[in-house]
Every structure is written in structure tokens, then in C-alpha cells.
Design a protein around this ligand. Structure first.
Ligand SMILES: *[C@@H]1O[C@H](CO)[C@@H](O)[C@H](O)[C@H]1NC(C)=O
Ligand SMILES: *[C@@H]1O[C@H](CO)[C@@H](O)[C@H](O)[C@H]1NC(C)=O
Ligand SMILES: *[C@@H]1O[C@H](CO)[C@@H](O)[C@H](O)[C@H]1NC(C)=O
Ligand SMILES: *[C@@H]1O[C@H](CO)[C@@H](O)[C@H](O)[C@H]1NC(C)=O
Ligand SMILES: *[C@@H]1O[C@H](CO)[C@@H](O)[C@H](O)[C@H]1NC(C)=O
Ligand SMILES: *[C@@H]1O[C@H](CO)[C@@H](O)[C@H](O)[C@H]1NC(C)=O
Ligand SMILES: *[C@@H]1O[C@H](CO)[C@@H](O)[C@H](O)[C@H]1NC(C)=O
Ligand SMILES: *[C@@H]1O[C@H](CO)[C@@H](O)[C@H](O)[C@H]1NC(C)=O
Length: 400
């Protein structure tokens, strides 16, 4: 692996803030506002790859598991492996993946019905963890979703207890039962336990034990009745994080509230606070980083829209310059989102309908997309203290 990386990085120079080698068996730890690997600063930039556990963008061959009402299917092993080889070439260190943590409510889910476990759903997740480790990549995953997408989320937990409310627009205040109702909180904790206690046969480690999964996030873009209101119970956040750490003492925890809720800053078990930036916005970023720095914790820009005409230069420079400081506070940023080939078909790229799919090396990418992807790659290496040329080398497609 190191040899391959060295060959790919020919012509590069190391900067002052060299990052440590991957050490896949060591846990990522937090010291104040810095993440560390074996006692040295570790940066966590990379990509969102939401579909690694379960996808919605490919209709599989007849006979393969498929849930047509939601277009849900398991990704092939080759698609997962290709993500790892691609992110390695791109200089990423971290993957954020919804479906490595959220999988409820449809027949292909980890929990199709309340309390029922579908072991088959672990196969793509297990393969993801195993392959990520080979490339020194780390994963973090939200445990539920604020929305009602194919992979499920808080609305599914509410429905399971008879609270069947509309999931768009201004929401019924009953949506807050997800954070406040003891029965539903315990259902969610039971789900977390099933996920974290699963032993991966490819590593013989539970997800709770495996250092490849360095953190869990309480949820994706969590809020209350009004979009963006950050109305997530502090007591719930504290209880869920304490439960994660009880099951998995070496895991770091991310507050999954969408944006920095200042009233959560005093929850001592939160390691990482995060925000999503659509579009990138230095004022919002720097305010959030200052708030999180005031309590000596870590900040992630855990999603940002990357597609032109958004100009990423100042955003990247701001984050890179932060790395020179004694307290960097912002430890990583993660573009939304990566898609590659429809492996085993290495000639067709999978697309997603949000206009934000980054397809590294797609010959159909227009010039301004190629330039943007090159900028992202240079940034990902810079976050590890390395300078790479603007030209993006090809990433191998495994073909199976
Ligand atoms: C941060 O450090 C890098 C590498 O030493 C250097 O290129 C860059 O100019 C520094 N930025 C600031 C603001 O000092
Ligand atoms: C499933 O995929 C087909 C083909 O791409 C599309 O027409 C359909 O709208 C999708 N269904 C859902 C629920 O997304
Ligand atoms: C929680 O939800 C359950 C199931 O819907 C319901 O029976 C119970 O009354 C609720 N508890 C509270 C405190 O609202
Ligand atoms: C926030 O949610 C709580 C219930 O968890 C509710 O009592 C309160 O009114 C909500 N606040 C706002 C501003 O919506
Ligand atoms: C897997 O790990 C368990 C628990 O640490 C241990 O008892 C078992 O022997 C291991 N199995 C293999 C095949 O290594
Ligand atoms: C923050 O969280 C608290 C609960 O701890 C909630 O009452 C409040 O509405 C949230 N939103 C903001 C903007 O603080
Ligand atoms: C955080 O501060 C609020 C008041 O601002 C308080 O109600 C709450 O108990 C504190 N939480 C913790 C975990 O200290
Ligand atoms: C992006 O922003 C940088 C710095 O503000 C500027 O130098 C550059 O010209 C901009 N790029 C484009 C394509 O507008």
C-alpha cells in the first residue's frame, strides 16, 4: 500500500505539517480540539459516500435483492472496493456514509420491522469496513436521518409506534417524540446496540471495537418541526452519546444536529460538532469553528456542495491555514458526494439526481468539473501536509 501511494505521489513535496501514516489498528483519539492518531495530529478530510450499505441508484440484475418501491439494492462489492481505490488516489482519509449507520424500514434494511434483524444487510457494510481498512481510510456514520429517505430514519421509528406524520414542509410537533418519548428512545437505542454489537466476519471485530469506524453521529441533519431550527433535545443527545460510548468506549461521537446549537456546547461527551455548507460560506464556517473552539472540541464541515460555479478556493485555504495553528479546531471537510462505476461494468458511471455526484475520472466531465475535482484532490493531500500536481491520475476500477 505504501509503495503504491509513493508511486502515485511522485513529484510531491512534504510540507511542515506531515500527517502520520494510517496505522489502521490504532484508534483515532481526541485531545482538546485536535484529533490524533498514535499521539500525532490526524486530519479527517474526505468524501460522503452515502450508499455503501444500501443504494437507490442502480437497478440490479434479475434475481438480486431489490425493493422496487424505493429502488433499494445492495451495492456490489466491486463498487465498494472502487470507492476505496478512488479515495486513496484522491488523498482522502475519511468517509462519511449514511447507510453505514441508518438502515431501517424496508425489506433490505438491517431492521426491516421494529426489533427484527436482517443479517443479509450487514454484508455490504462488512465489506466496506474491511476494504476501508486496507486503504487506511476511516469511516463515520450517522445513526438516524432527519428525513424519510429509502434508508429510513426518525420517521420510521415514529411510525413503528403509531405516529404517522407527514415528513415534509412544516412538521407536526409530534415529530419531537423521537427525542422525547421513552419508548421510542429505547427502540432507537436497541437499534444502535444491534448495529454496534455486530461482529464482522471479515475482521472478527464488532463495529463497536473496530477502529476503522472512528465515530458515530447521533443523526444526519437533525432538527425539529421547522427545517434548520436545530431543535434537538440536549438531554437526548447526551443520552444517545453516552450509550454509544458505553457500548463502544473507543468511539468518538458527533452531535448530529444540523448546525451548531450553542445550548449543546456544554455536553461534555460530544467530541465533534459539525455543520453542512450549501454553499460554502466562510462567515458561517468561522463562526461555527469559533463556537466549537470555545469549548475545546473538534469541528467538521461534514458536507459541502462542490459543483461549479461554487468557488472552493477561499474555503479550502481557510481550513488549510487553520491546520498551522496550535488548536486547528476544524479537522476535516467532506464533499457531497462520490459516485463511481456500475461495477462490474467499468464503463458506465452511476449517477444520482441531486446534481452533486462527483464521478472521478469520468471522461464526460466538462473542463470546469475536472478543474474543481483537481482542486479537491489537491486540498485533500494538503490536509495531510502534501503538495500534489494539478493533473489527476486515474483511479483503478476493480471490475468485479
Ligand atoms: C501554513 O503552513 C503551510 C505549510 O507550512 C504554508 O504553506 C502556509 O503558507 C501556512 N499558512 C499560514 C497562514 O501560515
Ligand atoms: C426508480 O428508478 C426508476 C428508473 O430510474 C425511476 O423511473 C423511478 O422513479 C425510481 N423510483 C423511485 C421510487 O425513486
Ligand atoms: C410514547 O409513545 C407510545 C407509543 O405511541 C405511547 O403509548 C406513549 O403514551 C408515549 N409516551 C409519552 C410519554 O408520550
Ligand atoms: C422545540 O421542541 C420542543 C419539544 O422537544 C418544543 O417544546 C419546543 O416548543 C420547540 N421549540 C421550537 C422553537 O420549536
Ligand atoms: C474472534 O474474536 C472472538 C472474541 O475476541 C474470539 O473469541 C474468537 O476466537 C475470534 N475468532 C477468530 C476466528 O479469530
Ligand atoms: C437548541 O437546542 C435546544 C434544546 O437543547 C432547543 O430548545 C433549541 O430550540 C435549539 N435551537 C437553537 C437555535 O438553539
Ligand atoms: C447546559 O447548560 C444548560 C443551561 O444553559 C443547563 O440547563 C444544562 O443542564 C447544562 N447541561 C450540561 C450537560 O451541563
Ligand atoms: C475563486 O476565488 C479565488 C480567491 O478568491 C480567486 O482568485 C479565483 O479567481 C476564483 N476563481 C474563479 C474561477 O472564479
Amino acid at each position: 500500500m505504501m509503495l503504491l501511494q509513493t508511486l502515485l505521489l511522485f513529484g510531491t513535496q512534504a510540507l511542515a505539517y506531515i500527517r502520520p501514516a494510517p496505522h489502521p489498528d490504532s484508534h483515532i483519539t481526541r485531545s482538546g480540539s485536535e484529533l490524533q492518531l498514535n499521539g500525532k495530529r490526524w486530519t479527517s478530510s474526505g468524501a460522503n459516500v452515502y450508499w455503501l450499505g444500501l443504494d437507490e441508484n442502480v437497478i440490479p440484475p434479475a434475481g438480486e435483492p431489490f425493493y422496487a418501491p424505493l429502488n433499494a439494492s445492495y451495492p456490489t462489492k466491486g463498487r465498494i472496493t472502487e470507492v476505496m481505490t478512488t479515495l486513496n488516489v484522491m488523498g482522502a482519509r475519511t468517509i462519511r456514509s449514511q447507510t453505514m449507520g441508518v438502515s431501517v424500514g424496508n425489506p433490505l434494511s438491517l431492521m426491516p420491522e421494529l426489533g427484527k434483524v436482517n443479517e443479509k444487510a450487514f454484508e455490504s457494510m462488512d465489506w466496506t469496513v474491511y476494504q476501508a481498512k486496507k486503504f487506511g481510510l476511516r469511516i463515520f456514520a450517522p445513526l438516524t436521518d432527519n428525513y424519510d429517505y429509502y434508508h429510513g430514519g426518525k420517521f420510521q421509528f415514529l411510525r413503528w409506534r403509531g405516529i404517522d406524520i407527514k415528513s415534509t414542509g412544516t412538521l407536526d410537533p409530534k415529530v419531537q417524540e423521537f427525542y422525547n418519548n421513552r419508548t421510542i428512545i429505547d427502540d432507537f437505542k436497541n437499534y444502535i446496540k444491534i448495529l454496534l454489537m455486530h461482529r464482522n466476519p471479515l475482521t472478527n471485530l464488532t463495529y463497536a471495537e473496530d477502529p476503522t469506524i472512528f465515530a458515530y453521529e447521533t443523526g444526519n441533519e437533525l432538527g425539529g418541526p421547522t427545517f434548520g431550527d436545530k431543535n434537538v433535545s440536549a438531554a437526548w443527545t447526551k443520552e444517545i452519546i453516552e450509550y454509544i460510548k458505553e457500548l463502544a468506549p473507543t468511539k468518538l461521537a458527533v452531535d448530529g444536529t444540523y448546525g451548531i446549537n450553542e445550548s449543546h456546547l456544554n455536553i461534555s461527551s460530544v467530541d465533534i460538532f459539525s455543520d453542512h455548507l450549501y454553499p460554502v460560506n466562510i462567515e458561517k464556517l468561522s463562526k461555527g469553528v469559533a463556537a466549537v473552539g470555545s469549548v475545546d472540541r473538534v469541528y467538521f464541515a461534514a458536507e459541502y456542495g462542490w459543483t461549479p460555479p461554487v468557488n472552493l478556493t477561499d474555503f479550502f485555504t481557510w481550513i488549510e491555514n487553520q491546520q498551522n495553528k496550535t488548536k486547528p479546531i476544524v479537522s476535516g471537510d467532506h464533499f457531497w458526494s462520490l459516485f463511481m462505476h456500475n461495477v462490474p461494468d467499468c464503463s458506465t458511471f452511476v449517477d444520482h439526481n441531486d446534481g452533486l455526484a462527483l464521478q472521478y475520472g469520468n471522461p464526460k466531465n466538462p473542463a470546469h468539473y475536472i478543474a474543481q475535482i483537481s482542486k479537491i484532490r489537491q486540498h485533500l493531500f494538503k490536509m495531510q501536509g502534501q503538495v500534489v500536481q494539478a493533473e489527476s491520475p486515474p483511479a483503478p476500477c476493480p471490475g468485479e
